[in-house]
Design a protein around this ligand. Structure first.
Ligand SMILES: Nc1ncnc2c1ncn2[C@@H]1O[C@H](COP(=O)(O)OP(=O)(O)OP(=O)(O)O)[C@@H](O)[C@H]1O
Length: 264
């Protein structure tokens, strides 16, 4: 069992605060009045139907999409008013694992993992190399992988390299976009375990978009549900199983949901 995200009686520290988010593409409204909070130490799963706006939400949080309304604060900085130095601070203190890994295809595994250290620190080359080697070991890859190029890796290995790179700068906040998509159930289970262990050992706060019910049961503290253009619920999976919302009921109490519950 993991410790609760915040001690009782203590005001939780919010690493992420989204208020009244409005997201649009032309006339098309994706989010309206969306609120979401993430406390330090929390592992949050983000679910929702296909096209419900999970990736657009992630992009609004990490600064890839400008919101049409509302506020987005990351690590206490308001995205709309932050300075370039504050934005760089966020970049240093957050890690992102994109769905396809987004590795540099021309670079080797170790060069990919080292790239944030090269960009954001002035550490000597040998120290950068050592730190990158450490992160690669941390995600369970062998030294033999160091010189391989992304095209020479399996899907699961590519995800691990992406995770090692996301962890390169020892982030406080980690964003994962469908980390187990495309992995077989055993590979996905191992990846879930890895993320939970890293979050427990390093005190990482995690925002994880997923379709994977097993992941939700295995590693999240809470799950936020994107539906009806907003977050309709943020609760534990056990609480969500008792929800009246039709999409949540179908998702958690349909045949797939029941199987994941049993396996957990
Ligand atoms: N650049 C864009 N221009 C226009 N519409 C977009 C753009 N990006 C996303 N959308 C629309 O926004 C909606 C939400 O997309 P989003 O990718 O966030 O969904 P999602 O919940 O992540 O879906 P999935 O689970 O299938 O990945 C979709 O209807 C999509 O077509």
């Amino acid at each position: 069992m993991t410790a609760p995200a915040s001690a009782p009686g203590k005001t939780p520290e919010l690493l992420l605060e989204v208020r009244g988010l409005l997201s649009q593409f032309g006339e098309r409204v994706i989010h309206e009045n969306l609120d979401l909070e993430l406390e330090r130490g929390e592992v949050l799963g983000v679910v929702g139907g296909s096209g419900s706006g999970k990736t657009v939400l992630l992009n609004s949080i990490i600064g890839l999409k400008e919101p049409e309304g509302g506020t987005v604060s990351v690590l206490g900085y308001d995205r709309a008013t932050m300075t370039a130095a504050q934005e760089a601070d966020i970049e240093r203190r957050t890690g992102i694992l994109f769905q396809q890994g987004a590795l540099f295809s021309a670079l080797s595994v170790i060069e990919n993992v080292a790239s944030p250290l090269v960009e954001h620190t002035s550490l000597p080359k040998d120290v950068i190399r050592e730190l990158a080697e450490m992160k690669i070991a941390m995600v369970g890859l062998k030294p033999e992988s160091h010189h391989l190029k992304p095209a020479e890796l399996s899907g699961g290995m590519r995800k691990r390299v992406g995770l090692a790179r996301a962890l390169a700068l020892d982030p406080e906040l980690l964003f994962l976009d469908e980390p187990t998509a495309g992995l077989d159930p055993i590979g996905a289970g191992a990846f879930d375990e890895l993320i939970r262990r890293l979050s427990d050992d390093l005190g990482l706060t995690v925002f994880m978009i997923t379709h994977d019910l097993d992941s939700l049961y295995a590693i999240t503290d809470k799950v936020a549900v994107v539906a009806d253009k907003r977050i309709v619920a943020k609760a534990t999976v056990q609480e969500l199983e008792r929800s009246d919302h039709p999409w949540i009921r179908e998702y958690f109490l349909g045949p797939r949901g029941r199987a994941a519950d049993k396996a957990a």
